[in-house]
Design a protein around this ligand. Structure first.
Ligand code: ADP
Length: 222
């Protein structure tokens, strides 16, 4: 049986990661978080990791060929060893070439149909949220310093809350430019296929969580 895919799209800092995690738990779906996967490879210090760091630390998208190879391997492995009833893709695809590659990979490993939840946020709010964002270096939980300013992760109680290197102001500007130039065209790509629902994340997490769930219900096959 084929595994439905729900792609989370949206600019950096819009809350994509937070809401993909929340929806995955609520819907009993799997969560594929490409940013964390890439950060793990980068941290390993392998030749591929060093290559990834060169792009990520500058706020640049990693070249499509490399990303497609990594995602193809990771998705095939996931489907083979631990197939979820549905899979949320967080951070992939981010370019039209990646979206086209996903169509090919999906056909070969029985993933699909594809639908898209797009999370929007005005630029001023993005910059503010990223400046306030802290992540746990162990479990990956995300916090806002305005809501929780401690240093130890209250979720796993063993990790430290840190600012990601690419959340520094200069790098964030670059990531927003990359989003506008390379990822925003995906809105048209999927919009034309009639598979995209948008949600605005300019409200507290619990409110946006309901909006995202509403979008999810809307894209469920009838
Ligand atoms: P955000 O969504 O906040 O930008 P992520 O953790 O998803 O953060 O991604 C961090 C970085 O990883 C990106 O700035 C980029 O360098 C790299 N990256 C993640 N996903 C992709 C992708 N699909 N294609 C190319 N680069 C990617």
């Amino acid at each position: 049986m084929s595994i439905p895919i729900i792609i989370f799209l949206g600019p950096p800092g819009c809350g994509k990661g937070t809401h993909a995690k929340l929806l995955a738990e609520r819907a009993g779906a799997g969560h594929f978080d490409l940013g964390s996967l890439l950060r793990g490879i980068a941290k390993s210090g392998s030749p591929r990791g060093v290559e990834l760091t060169g792009f990520m630390s500058k706020g640049l998208l990693v070249p499509d060929t490399l990303i497609i190879e990594i995602v193809r391997d990771a998705l095939s492995e996931r489907v083979k060893t631990n197939p979820p009833p549905a899979l949320l893709l967080d951070g992939f695809p981010r370019t039209v070439a990646q979206a086209e590659a996903l169509e090919k990979v999906a056909a070969s490993i029985e993933l699909g149909p594809v639908s898209v939840i797009n999370i929007n946020l005005p630029n001023e709010l993005i910059v503010e949220r990223i400046a306030n964002r802290r992540v746990c270096n162990k479990c990956g939980a995300i916090f806002d310093v305005l809501e929780f300013s401690g240093k130890e992760c209250p979720k796993c109680k063993s990790g430290q809350l840190i600012q990601r290197d690419d959340d520094k102001a200069e790098v964030v500007r670059r990531r927003l430019e990359e989003y506008a130039a390379k990822t925003a065209p995906l809105l048209q790509f999927y919009g034309k296929k009639g598979k995209l629902v948008s949600v605005v994340s300019d409200a507290p997490v619990e409110v946006v969580r309901e909006r995202v769930y509403g979008a999810y219900k809307q894209i469920q096959p009838k």
